[in-house]
Ligand binder design. Structure first.
Ligand code: NAD
Length: 425
């Protein structure tokens, strides 16, 4: 029976198990499907109910561990939460191939998040700008008064910038640069921007519009570089094919979007595993990739004077190890410990390194054998399992799906039926 109405009055007041039952009834969910869902959700139910509204359960995403990575001369294990096959294997392979050259090196540019305060009805932009700068020390004091804890660990207001946007009537934007130390910082910055708003109106006579963090965190970027020796990647032909692949992504936004999606395969998986905000990092990364006016690749690839392949990536990395879900979610806590992370800066370095290495592996596969060979055997396994293959049947089903070049559930079901028919004889 189709859903009668999406108006589930009082839904948010129910406890989680009653909510589940109500929604199973409303959507006519079969007992088989609902029992499995309840069973999978059970361990996280309490946590989910605390974290979001109207929780009805949790979605289990596979968590893998990538090996082989060295970042800034320290070995690190990388937990990755992803539903996409081949992401973890790609990181392991790419990281192994740059171990001989010392792994990935990183540098940080700043720890500041940006808070924006939008000023409207500005009659004299120049005078407004001057007024704002004249109040810089009061702005500093007001911001810092919002978060004494942050200030006690060395964070707080660092600087400000006033921008005039090219519209009529004039629009001015005040940027607050806030050092957020080991936090992602959104709540801290938003509180400061909201606290400042009435003072800004009083000083300037303008009307404050929005007051919110910017996800284009270009005052908090990481740069990661790595060298892949010629002998570890398979010689000059592979290197040259990868250089041309990199050039393609640099000059063509259609290719750049897919190139950067590959980068984010690795980055988002670690962001999710550590309880950080995937959307914040993704929005920042893509906005940064378009900062020159045309969307382009987040990575650059070149040949070193020794003839090896060198790669680099630079992007905003607003992540934390304090606050948000990082401390509430038990898996996030485990992941941070597995990585031996003791600061947001170290986490940012590792994640940028992951993006670079992930991109190396994707480009190498694309520029040589194509992505499908590795990808499809993993995909074929998922299809085999979806068709009902048991562990002892999966290998045979996968092999046949690949050899018949027909990787779909219909063929998997046929193969399974035949195997089972044969073994029953
Ligand atoms: P938070 O407010 O939960 O924790 C940060 C606070 O912890 C600081 O303000 C400080 O008072 C305290 N703290 C203690 N020790 C610290 C240390 N060593 N370093 C830094 N702070 C320390 O978290 P947050 O990082 O301000 O906010 C992150 C959350 O905000 C995420 O869940 C994110 O999804 C969400 N969010 C994001 C956006 C956005 O991206 N546009 C907007 C709103 C909210």
């Amino acid at each position: 029976m189709p859903l009668q109405s999406s108006r589930l009055s009082g839904f948010h007041q129910l406890d989680v198990t009653t909510r589940q039952q109500r929604v199973f009834d409303a959507c006519d969910i079969s007992e088989e499907v609902s029992d499995l869902f309840v069973q999978h959700s059970a361990p996280m139910l309490g946590c989910a109910d605390v974290m979001i509204e109207n929780a009805i359960g949790s979605l289990n995403v596979p968590l893998g561990l990538a090996t082989n990575l060295i970042v800034d001369d320290i070995d690190v294990l990388v937990p990755m939460a992803t539903e996409e096959s081949s992401v973890v294997a790609a990181l392991c392979n790419g990281a192994r191939q740059c171990r001989d050259s010392g792994g990935v090196k990183t540098t940080q540019v700043g720890q500041c998040m940006i808070g924006q305060i939008q000023l409207l009805d500005v009659s004299d932009p120049q005078a407004c700008t001057t007024t704002l700068y004249r109040h810089k020390e009061e702005i500093r004091a007001l911001c810092n008064s919002c978060d004494p804890v942050l200030c006690s660990v060395g964070g707080g207001f660092q600087d400000m910038q006033v921008r005039t946007l090219p519209v009529t009537p004039a629009m001015i934007v005040l940027h607050l640069h806030i050092d957020v130390r080991d936090a992602m910082g959104a709540n801290a910055v938003n509180t400061m921007a909201e606290t400042l708003a009435p003072y800004i109106e009083q000083w300037t006579g303008a009307r404050v519009g929005l007051k919110i963090l910017s996800n284009l965190a270009d005052q908090r970027t990481v740069r990661a570089t790595g060298v892949w020796p010629l002998n570890s990647i398979g010689g000059e032909a592979v290197r040259d094919a990868m250089l041309v692949a990199g050039q393609f992504a640099t000059i063509d936004p259609y290719r750049a979007a897919t190139h950067n999606k590959g980068v984010m395969n690795g980055i988002s998986a670690v962001i999710l595993a550590t309880g950080n905000d995937t959307r914040a990092v993704e929005a920042g990364a893509h906005a940064y990739a378009a900062r020159g006016g045309q969307y382009t690749a987040l990575t650059q690839w070149e040949q070193t004077k020794e003839g090896d392949l060198a790669g680099s990536i630079e992007l905003p990395m607003p992540v934390g190890i304090i606050g948000g879900a990082t401390q509430v979610h038990p898996t996030a806590q485990l992941c941070l410990q597995l990585m031996n992370i003791d600061s947001a800066a170290r986490l940012a370095s590792v994640i940028a390194a992951v993006g670079l290495v992930q991109n190396f592996s994707a480009m190498k596969a694309l520029a040589t054998e194509g992505i499908q060979r590795g990808h499809m055997s993993l995909h074929a396994r998922n299809i085999a399992l979806a068709a009902g293959a048991k562990d002892n049947e999966a290998d045979q089903v996968v092999a046949e799906l690949i050899s018949r070049q027909s990787i779909n559930t219909k063929t998997a079901a046929e193969v399974l039926e035949r195997i089972r028919g044969t073994s029953a004889l």
